[in-house]
Design a protein around this ligand. Structure first.
Ligand SMILES: Cc1cc2nc3c(=O)[nH]c(=O)nc-3n(C[C@H](O)[C@H](O)[C@H](O)COP(=O)(O)OP(=O)(O)OC[C@H]3O[C@@H](n4cnc5c(N)ncnc54)[C@H](O)[C@@H]3O)c2cc1C
Length: 414
């Protein structure tokens, strides 16, 4: 029987492990932590068809002068990082228009649709359906100008058939009565789900994998080296694990790992923070909201109301900068009666982003048996299952459920 080692136990790796196991392979899932403790832990838990629009979209050009001020809550950047990674920066900007953008939205739409179907099936199998809400999410606009500026997004959603509805303040108040009446309009994305604890969902999928005989190993990985017709995975204490195939699903740590085998991955790190808050009185939220002017998402979670920040483009491990979280929290307090902060310290994660905002899914060029699944930017929590489906189809030479070409590793790896 074919043996596979899946490196990385985030949403992407766990879904790959489950799917390859389903296809009859003997799978070991390896992570230095418990599954779902890194990027897949702290996200907003939104699974939305509207996420087909990447950050590098044609609207970026108009917003650029404001964004370059480096004062907006939605985006901050560290210039030396952008200059040091000029290939990524130039590639990211170049793809914010024209055919590349079109190809990305089409590819991501297919991946998201496939993934949502797969998530619903996996949640049922893992007994995790009680974590799911299917009441959409809300994009909120504080002014007519803000609403108008988002017209391109609405046109894009409409062209892909994403179900949505524009709400006036009255309709918004009916839907979310605890919001302050500061929003001029809202867009209710109906084609969206959310969960109340992303990390617990990854853990439930990992448990399903283990219940079906999968092995989960805790190990700090160092390297992979060719070994006969397969691969040898080594960890930092020198132990080795021999396997026929390897899947690298290390999220933002993938470039560091790949560089050890001589493969350069042009990845940007879109860092984001979260903090949980209580609510004053009986205030509640029924679904996640995105305050577009405030630059944050507020999601009801098991742990409290999770406020997640926009993008901080910098080195993966640069010192924390809490200025976005501070401004986002002030903006959120205008919108909702937030109570006290509930965590001892803010959480920080890194959205792993390739220049065209599409993940890499497939076999590494020239390295037979080395498979790759990383670079899922803002949507890896949603698109883990679809990624696993494509990867398993390619590995078993089955007809892929969707076109895998937009995700081929050869776009950036040689
Ligand atoms: C603030 C924020 C909000 C977000 N909101 C959403 C959202 O609402 N919806 C959505 O779909 N996505 C969202 N995302 C994006 C999503 O969280 C990521 O795309 C996704 O979690 C990436 O999953 P992954 O499995 O690739 O990476 P990870 O979850 O980071 O998994 C990688 C794993 O590799 C392991 N690892 C790394 N190096 C080693 C090593 N040397 N040895 C052993 N193990 C190692 C890590 O421990 C980790 O478990 C958000 C991200 C952020 C930061």
């Amino acid at each position: 029987m074919t043996t596979v080692a899946v490196l990385g136990g985030g949403m992407v790796g766990v879904c790959c492990a489950l799917e390859l196991q389903r296809r009859g392979m003997t799978v070991t899932l390896i992570d230095r932590r418990e599954p779902g403790q890194e990027t897949s832990y702290g996200n907003s838990g939104v699974l939305a068809r509207s996420s087909l629009m990447p950050m590098n979209n044609p609207g970026l050009w108009k917003a650029l002068p404001k964004l370059l001020s480096n004062r907006t809550t939605s985006l901050r950047y560290h210039l030396p990082f952008l200059l040091k990674n000029i290939r990524w920066t130039a590639g990211f900007l170049a793809r914010a228009r024209g055919r590349a953008f079109q190809e990305t939205t089409t590819a991501l739409d297919a991946l998201i649709r496939l993934s949502i179907d797969e998530h619903l099936s996996l949640m049922a199998q893992a007994g995790a359906l009680p974590r799911l809400r299917d009441n959409g999410w809300l994009m909120l606009y504080r002014s007519e100008a803000g609403f108008d500026a988002a017209a391109m997004g609405r046109a894009c959603y409409a062209s892909y058939g994403v179900r949505s509805e524009i709400l006036d303040p009255g309709a918004l108040a009916e839907m979310e009565p605890s919001l302050s009446p500061i929003f001029h309009r809202a867009l209710w994305i109906k084609d969206a789900h959310s969960v109340d604890n992303p990390s617990a969902l990854v853990a439930a999928y990992a448990q399903l994998f283990a219940d079906r005989g999968g092995v989960i190993r805790r190990s700090d990985l160092r390297d992979v080296i060719p070994d006969g017709s397969g691969w040898s995975v080594t960890d930092t204490d020198g132990s080795r694990h021999q396997t026929d195939r390897v899947v690298v699903a290390l999220g933002p740590w993938a470039p560091e790992f790949m560089s050890r085998i001589g493969i350069h991955v042009p990845m940007g790190f879109e860092r984001g923070y979260h903090m949980h808050y209580g609510a004053e009185g009986n205030a509640t939220l029924a679904r996640p909201i995105y305050d577009t002017a405030g630059g944050y998402v507020l999601s009801p979670m098991e742990q409290g109301l999770r406020l997640t920040t926009g993008v901080e483009l910098t080195d993966r491990d640069a010192p924390r900068n809490l200025s976005q979280l501070t401004s986002a929290t002030s903006a959120a307090r205008q919108a909702f009666p937030l109570g006290a902060a509930l965590d001892p310290a803010p959480w920080m994660g890194r959205r792993p982003t390739l220049p065209d905002s599409r993940p890499i899914i497939g076999e590494a060029p020239g390295r037979s048996g080395l498979w790759l699944a990383f670079g899922h930017q803002h949507i890896g929590f949603s698109t883990g299952p679809g990624t696993a489906s494509i990867l398993a189809d390619l590995m078993t030479e089955a007809a892929p459920a969707i076109d895998p070409a937009p995700f081929r590793p050869g776009r950036f790896l040689h």
